[in-house]
Design a protein around this ligand. Sequence first.
Ligand code: S3P
Length: 174
Amino acid sequence: MVIKRIYLVGFMGSGKSTLGKRLRSELGWEFLDLDDYFEERYQMTIKQYFAQFGEDAFRLAEKELLLDVSQKERLIIATGGGAPCYFNNMQVMNDTGLTIYIKLSVETLAGRLSSARQVRPLVAGKSGTELHQYIEEKLQERDGFYNQAKVIADGEVLGVDGFVRIIKASGELM
Ligand code: S3P
């Protein structure tokens, strides 16, 4: 298989953007963060967009942007945590590139997200216990989508080198 683009999927706080930026230099490809792309395109933060137009509108707009980036080549894409779980987005990604699920435990995600609560509308204002419970429930709901990724990577143990190895073993980079 020739890999034209790589989609990093996983829950909020799973490190998709951090990994994506490191893969950019390792692979010599471009990197795009779907959330940043959204904010640039709509000239507002995702938090503002949720407040003004609601989540359903956000999901539709997010889908359009995903279709848009699915045409670009030699690109690593960090998707929003919910992107794989709506419409046929997971199918679109699987049809057009290598999808990698960065799988992390609820504990790790809760630890990471507690410091980044304010910018993420879905977890804003939650206490530590509420956050933990929210992640647990949401992960259960979303796991079925994330697990459709071609590669399920253990984010607790894999370093960048490990990801690079898995990518190169999955196909030929364009
Ligand atoms: C969301 C995750 C966010 C962003 C939006 C909704 C989600 O992206 O797209 O706040 O539904 O999990 P990150 O996973 O990059 O935080």
